[in-house]
Every structure is written in C-alpha cells, then in structure tokens.
Ligand binder design. Structure first.
Ligand SMILES: *Cc1c(COP(=O)(O)O)cnc(C)c1O
Length: 378
C-alpha cells in the first residue's frame, strides 16, 4: 500500500524548500569537532543583548508568573512603539519576529489567483510565503553588477512588472536589502508608492533601518499617512540584539492592522520577549553603541577584504557581501573548518558570494585570519 499521508498537502508546500538558517555554533562544533567557533552568518548583534534587558529578564523570571498567558495585545510594548513613532496603537501589529508579520500578510493577501512581487536576490522569506500560499511569484531582475547599488532593487522595473501583472496583490521591498546590503534613495521609494495603486499592498521591510546613514532614512512615518496600502516592518532581531526572543512589529493603516490581527495567533509574543522589547526600546544608548561599532568595523572589514582583491558590495547594513569571482562553496567550507560560520548565497543566486555579519573587532580579525588561510590553501 502506498503511503498517502501527503496526498492532500498544499502543492506549493510540497515543492517548497525549507529556509536554511545560518548554522548554529553547536552544530559546527559537533560536526567538525572544532572548538571556539564563531558565527557571523545571521546578522545578529555581536554585542549580545543589552545589560538592561538581561537584568530585566532575570528579575522577571523571579517575579512574574510564567504560568499565565502573556498579554495577547502587547499593550505596554505597543504604547512605547506608538510614542516612538507618534502613531495610534491600532496601527501597530506585533509579530513573533517580523517574519511572523510577513506570514500574516501572505495569509491575508496571497492565494492561488494572486501574485507577490519582489526583487531577485531579495530576502528568502518572501518567496517561501508566496509559494506556501500557492500564489505566483513575479521576480523582478535586480540592477546590474556594475550599478552603484549592485544587485539592488530596481523600482522602475517593479512598476513595469506591476502594470504587466494585474494579479499582484503584495510587493516586498527590503531597504536595506538582505543579502545584498543595497539601499534605495528615499525619493525612489516615494515615487514608487505614488505610482502604485492602493489595491496593491507595499511592504517596506526595514529590518536594518538603524544602520542606515541619516540621509538615507526614509520618511516612512509621513508616508504611512499618505499611502494606506503601505506597511512598514521593524525588528528587535538586529540592532536591538534580541534575535533569540523573536519580536518584530509593523506600522500600517488601522484597517490593514485589523485584518492581520484576525489571523494572528492570539499569543504570538511571549511575556519575556514583550518585556525585553520594552526595555530594549528604552535603551537607545545600546542601539547607538551597536550602530557605531558596526559602522567602524564594517569600514575596516571592507577595506581589509578589498585589499585581498575581493569584491565587496556597498552595504548600509550590519553585514558585507563578498564576491570571490569563482564558486564560493569551497571557501565557505574552508572557513567552517577554521571554525568560522558565514552564509553561502547560492540559494540567493549569488553562488560566487558569501555574506559575513560584521562582528566585534576580535571576531572580524578571526574571520580575516581564517580567510587568509583558506585563500592561500585554495
Ligand atoms: C533579519 C531580517 C528580518 C528580521 O526577521 P525577524 O523575524 O524579525 O528576526 C526581516 N527582514 C529581513 C530582510 C531580514 O534580513
């Protein structure tokens, strides 16, 4: 008798490849027997969580009744977010990471007769949710390698593709983009929003917003009042140093937040994560220190990589995308054997590139030394 278990599973899910995360340090140590491995693969904050967050969590574990469900509305955190952005509470959606919100959007707006539009070399979760919902993907070719924003989003091409594909319900823009680190000028995004019909939801993913140069920071708050089809994501996983706790949020119209709330798991953020995010929002000194460390080390790392003759894409994020001019897989493997985990980009159709998170000075030195060894051997 043949096994019929998956006979009725969604066809999009059956042809889907699961997201492959950066390898955890434990796994590398288990697999290769190396010790003192470092992970520069998932764009986490190398400073760890802020001391204030750690202290608040320790006190909360002792004090709070963890047997109780969390506040499903996340009211206290939403109040802080509302004050920060001068926005009404009913326009905020909290997610179990911003990935959760991407998924909520997909559940509401994508399905068999709908399409999502995004750039080549854009964040993998956009294509995963599209396929999982049995929706069509309209993947817009990226800017050329010779552009000032190599492999970056081409918004005029987005507009043309929108006109040619009336089934597009949802557009994803990552700014800065992962894994390229490329940015869009605020006026380019504004022109795209102005040209896009309000029946098309535009999701602006600002996971790396805090790392952007001041002149490149979009005026998204004003846009939210002008464009009811705009939704903006932010996360606590990068500059706020809380990737392990899974908190992100979106700002949108109240109507859009309301439909997302209908499919949201009632308790999608746990109580400790909610508390940590509240404390983290108040600790802007830590964010500032994280951003400054990143700017300093990113410039130093880029210069050292260029001095080795490698291509470094211009990055406004907390990672560098490095081109080797040949298949990067053996270099990735060599680095693993040296106890350094970085991110291969073959699944992003950038097989000659590796993405490396900007770490602490010591981590970056360790990476550069390992890379020297690997390049010499190959
Ligand atoms: C890291 C990242 C996120 C954040 O994901 P979380 O679920 O909030 O941890 C979102 N978008 C992009 C493009 C990212 O690189």
């Amino acid at each position: 008798m043949t096994d019929q278990t998956l006979k009725n599973a969604a066809s999009g899910v059956l042809s889907l490849e699961a997201y492959s995360p950066g390898m955890p340090i434990d796994e590398l140590q288990r697999r290769l027997g190396v010790s003192n491995a470092i992970k520069l693969a998932s764009n986490e904050n190398p400073l760890g969580a802020s001391d204030k967050v750690k202290a608040a969590l320790a006190a909360a574990v002792a004090r709070e009744n963890l047997a109780l469900y969390p506040d499903g509305s996340g009211h206290r955190l939403k109040q802080k977010i509302a004050a920060m952005h001068d926005i009404a509470l009913d326009r905020i959606t909290l997610g179990n990471g911003s990935n959760d919100i991407i998924e909520l959007l997909g559940r509401v707006f994508l399905g068999p007769r709908r399409a999502a539009l995004y750039s080549a070399h854009a964040f993998a979760v956009y294509s995963i949710i599209t396929q999982a919902q049995d929706a069509r993907a309209v993947v817009v070719p990226a800017r050329p390698a010779t552009d000032a924003q190599p492999y970056g989003h081409d918004l005029p091409a987005f507009s043309k593709a929108l006109a040619a594909n009336p089934d597009v319900a949802l557009v994803f823009i990552a700014n800065p983009n992962n894994p390229t680190g490329t940015v869009l000028e605020p006026r380019e995004i504004e022109a795209f929003l102005t040209a896009t019909p309000s029946s098309v939801i535009v999701a602006l993913d600002e996971a790396y917003f805090e790392y952007l140069d001041a002149a490149l920071r979009p005026a998204m708050r004003a846009w939210l009042d002008r464009f009811p089809n705009l939704i903006v994501f932010r996360t606590f996983s990068k500059a706020y140093g809380l990737a392990g706790l899974r908190v992100g949020y979106s700002l949108s119209s109240a109507a859009l937040a309301d439909v997302l709330n209908r499919v949201r798991q009632p308790f999608n953020n746990n109580s400790l994560a909610l508390l940590a995010a509240e404390v983290a929002l108040d600790d802007q000194d830590y964010v500032q220190a994280s951003v400054e460390l990143n700017a300093r080390e990113r410039a130093r790392l880029a210069a050292a990589l260029q001095a080795k003759g490698l291509t470094v894409l211009p990055s406004q994020a907390n990672f560098l995308t490095v081109g080797f001019g040949r298949d990067a897989k053996p270099i990735h493997q060599g680095l693993l054997e040296q106890g350094v985990i970085v991110r291969p980009l073959a699944s992003y159709e950038l097989p000659q590139f590796l993405r490396v998170t900007v770490g602490t000075q010591a981590e970056n030195d360790r990476f550069l030394e390992a890379l020297t060894v690997v390049l010499k051997a190959s």
